[in-house]
Write a protein that binds this ligand. Structure first.
Ligand SMILES: *Cc1c(COP(=O)(O)O)cnc(C)c1O
Length: 517
């Protein structure tokens, strides 16, 4: 692409008076907007011809890397194939043009989608019921912890404010616990990357009556199945705490094991990961929360229920609020000290019935795979990860050997004498047309490189990636500078991460001002 000709910003292509459209002749006379409604100054909009606009945005879209144009082994994120049928179904006007305040009788199909997904997720995980309201995994974690707190409080047990989180956990786990007003107790990992039972026993001994929950990801963020899970759940339950399952790594479990059978009480699922919605760049997401039998009454409202053949929404108070002002007044009159507390009292964690079109995509994905094929997802994702791991372990340091699940972690290049870091390898991969793996996470290893191929990739794709990774290792030995100065072929070469974080340039104006300095 020719950056000069097409410009990096549409504003740079602007010429006063250029137009990409023409309005029909005005046949209705002039009706001016009242002065107080008009802007004092014209909006500073770019002025371009149509071809320029089309080329600018088409070229820009080609700078975007996605699952549809290349291998995307971003560990922990499950960047799997997003089948076009998901998009086709989500784009149907009957789903896409809904208004959240439509009468129930006019949205029976949409409510059935929600209900069917609630049931499907229960079947897949063994949980009794789900809320689809939370809008991301992290949002689900917070919702789940609020459910756990409500459960303890319902028994008059108000002192439980400790949440145990493994040191390998995703950062959102301790953050959610803190936002929920809990204190985090970190449990160590053993040499082989699993929860250290001895350390956990010690923690539980020191906190006999104030553990609210333990949060776990299984397989954990190193891609390892927590073998001691029966003992861990027994330990936490006997101390009066509940087990929370971070379902971000549910993918390899599909068809193999169910969190409820492992002893978990509350969990979330990242629909955008396990059940495929394009989520590069941070969204859109959906983080349904499921609970085991006995905890259903703590799920937030609104919630879709089925009576006979009809679907209805339980607890959608917003409608009443809009009709009379009563509901709104109750909301306003409440003590506004603690808004999470307030939301919990009102039983809402999000607007209406969640991120509906992500829910539609997830159900489409589940139904198009069907009961039999969905059982292949877990085993194939595990096979692909192990194939890459075993093929590369001569060139890359494998801190934890043995069978992994859907993802695994290298600790940089095996040959540390080259001075080539994980960051350098990740940047060099871009030159070869691959998305980089997740790097410097989890924090257990200094040069972590976390690879998750997902189940969708062909052997040829995996072999191509393996070849390039070997090639980069060879370059690191022979011409390390080439790797250290990568990327060479991308529109922007290496950015200064620290400068970008400290002085982010996020607006066009600022860009101009900076360039004029
Ligand atoms: C992605 C992820 C989360 C957070 O989920 P979001 O949907 O990004 O909020 C939590 N835990 C783990 C292990 C994850 O991989």
């Amino acid at each position: 692409m020719n950056n000069k000709l097409y410009g990096n910003l549409i504003f740079e292509l602007s010429h006063p008076g250029r137009r990409a459209y023409s309005l029909p002749k005005n046949e209705f006379g002039n009706h001016e907007l009242p002065k107080e409604m008009r802007r004092a100054k014209d909006a500073e909009l770019p002025e371009c011809d149509e071809m320029t606009v089309v080329r600018h945005y088409t070229n820009m879209s080609e700078n975007n890397f996605g699952v549809d144009n290349g291998f995307y082994p971003l560990g922990s994120c499950t960047m799997k194939y997003n089948p076009p049928i998901n998009e086709e179904i989500a784009a149907l006007p009957a789903f896409n043009n809904l208004h959240p305040l439509q009468p129930e009788s006019s949205v029976q199909g949409a409510l059935q989608v929600e209900y069917d997904l609630q049931r499907a997720l229960s079947a897949i995980t063994g949980m009794s019921d789900f809320t689809l309201n939370p809008c991301a995994g992290a949002h689900g974690e917070l919702t789940g912890l609020m459910i756990i707190r409500s459960y303890h409080q319902s028994r008059g047990d108000n002192k439980r404010n400790k949440v145990i989180v493994p040191d390998s956990a995703h950062g959102t786990n301790p953050a959610s616990a803190a936002v929920c007003g809990c204190e985090v107790l970190e449990v160590k990992s053993t040499e082989d990357g699993l929860v250290d039972l001895a350390d956990l026993k010690e923690l539980v001994k020191n906190h006999p009556d104030d553990i609210a929950a333990m949060m776990m990801t299984n397989p954990n963020t190193l891609g390892l199945f927590e073998r001691d899970i029966p003992e861990i759940t027994k330990l936490i339950h006997s101390a009066g705490g509940l087990m929370y399952y971070d379902g971000a790594n549910l993918n390899p479990m599909l068809g193999a094991a169910r969190p409820a059978d492992m002893g978990f009480d509350v969990m979330h699922i990242n629909l955008h990961k396990t059940f495929s919605t394009p989520h590069g760049g941070g969204g859109p997401g959906s983080g349904p929360v499921g609970v085991r039998k006995g905890l259903e009454k703590f799920l937030p409202k609104p919630h879709v229920v089925k009576t006979g053949d009809a679907f209805s929404i339980e607890g959608l108070e917003v409608q009443d609020e809009l009709e009379g002002q009563d509901g709104l007044e109750t909301l306003n009159n409440q003590d506004s000290q603690d808004s999470i507390e307030k939301k919990l009292e009102n039983n809402h964690v999000g607007a209406f019935l969640g991120n509906f079109l992500v829910i539609v995509r997830a159900l489409t994905y589940i139904l198009s795979l069907g009961k039999e094929n969905i059982k292949m997802v877990g085993p194939l994702s595990v096979l692909n990860a192990n194939y890459i791991k075993e093929s590369l372990k001569d060139d890359y340091e494998l801190p934890i050997a043995g069978l992994c699940k859907h993802e695994f972690v290298f600790n940089g290049l095996k040959d540390k004498s080259t001075g080539v870091t994980t960051m350098d390898v990740a940047k060099r991969l871009l030159d070869y047309g691959y998305h980089a793996p997740t790097i410097y996470f989890p924090l257990l290893f200094h040069e972590a490189m976390m690879i998750e191929p997902t189940e969708n990739e062909s052997k040829e794709t995996l072999d191509g990636f393996i070849d390039v990774m070997h090639k980069i290792a060879k370059e690191a030995r022979e011409t390390p500078d080439v790797v250290k100065r990568a990327p060479h072929n991308t529109p922007i070469t290496r950015v200064d991460d620290v400068e970008a974080a400290k002085h982010p340039v996020l607006t066009y104006k600022q860009l101009i001002e900076d360039s004029e300095k």
